[in-house]
Ligand binder design. Structure first.
Ligand code: GLY
Length: 294
């Protein structure tokens, strides 16, 4: 049994660990851990207290992947739901689709009775209003959105990878990046970019600049490398070297998390510092570690 989360998901580590220990199904483990992270109002990269888009709306991306079946469930640009990961879980469980976004995702959330609420806390609203004041105007938005790139250190995602010893699963939840363009989907909603799990090989997830992981298909690339027999370390290294080949568009940092089916983990960053939590059977408790910057 193995559990790997990043710092943005720290609030979910105790509950996720406990669920894994009591033998809960892997998707339950992920959902339990990510729901705790989504409720952590101190963590501003997802859920309650998450930073809004430039219109002041908290827009959420979340998804889960079952490595045994390779079924997935994602929601993107979802507003007004306290636990987007639980809506994503029900996409996986109930629908023939893999991803729902925007109004369709909200319609489905209401249909299944998912908890609604206002996610914009006074802290996030004050920060957004201060940004608006400094900008003066948000028009033309398509030009100004480049300025939000400077909030680089705040572009995080909660990720969880777990294994019960036989199967693996992966999950994410985020509000994307501060003051993003409304409707922007990040890698966290996109299977193969932000995360991927295949019980035959391993699992991977990315944090930070989703645009990089989307362009390089990073999570899927890591898992395919594991499938080809690369170590977790080699798979991360290959993925980071691939991202570094990008020359145009938004170029920024990415952190890659890899877990192979034998329980070897590796977390590598292109530059930004990042922490993660790791637990494997035999360890007393999950342990906090730092990503290696390459
Ligand atoms: N990785 C988080 C995002 O770019 O939305």
């Amino acid at each position: 049994m193995f559990l790997l989360t990043n710092s943005a998901a720290r609030a979910g580590v105790p509950a996720g660990h406990a669920a894994l220990l009591r033998g809960a199904p892997l998707l339950d483990v992920l959902e339990i851990a990510l729901r705790e992270a989504e409720s952590d109002r101190e963590e501003r990269s997802l859920g309650l207290g998450g930073r809004p888009n430039f219109l002041g709306q908290v827009e959420l991306d979340a998804s889960l992947m079952d490595g045994a079946t390779r079924r997935t469930g994602s929601v993107g640009a979802l507003q007004g739901f306290l636990h987007p990961v639980s809506v994503a879980r029900q996409v996986l469980e109930r629908l023939p689709h893999e991803i729902l976004v925007g109004e369709g995702a909200a319609l489905f959330g209401r249909e299944i009775g998912a908890e609604t609420g206002n996610l914009l806390t006074p802290e996030s609203e004050a920060e957004w209003r201060e940004w608006l004041r400094r900008e003066g105007s948000i028009e033309p938005a398509s030009a100004r959105v480049w300025r939000t790139v400077s909030f680089g250190s705040q572009r995080d995602t909660a990720i969880v990878l777990a294994s019960d010893g036989t199967h693996l699963a992966s999950g994410t939840s985020t509000c994307g990046w501060p003051f993003k363009y409304p409707g922007r989907l990040g890698d966290s909603a996109l299977i193969g970019s932000g995360h991927y799990a295949d019980s035959r090989a391993g699992a991977a997830a990315c944090t930070h600049t989703g645009e990089m992981a989307i362009r390089a298909g990073t999570a899927r690339a890591v898992v395919l490398a594991l499938q080809r027999g690369r170590s977790a370390e080699e798979a991360c290294q290959e993925a980071i070297e691939d991202v570094r080949q990008l020359r145009t568009g938004l170029l920024s940092d990415l952190i890659v998390h890899a877990l192979d089916r034998a329980g070897n983990c590796c977390v590598r960053s292109t530059g930004i510092e990042g922490g993660y939590w790791w637990w494997s059977r035999g360890m007393n408790a999950p342990e906090e570690r730092a990503a290696i910057v390459m």
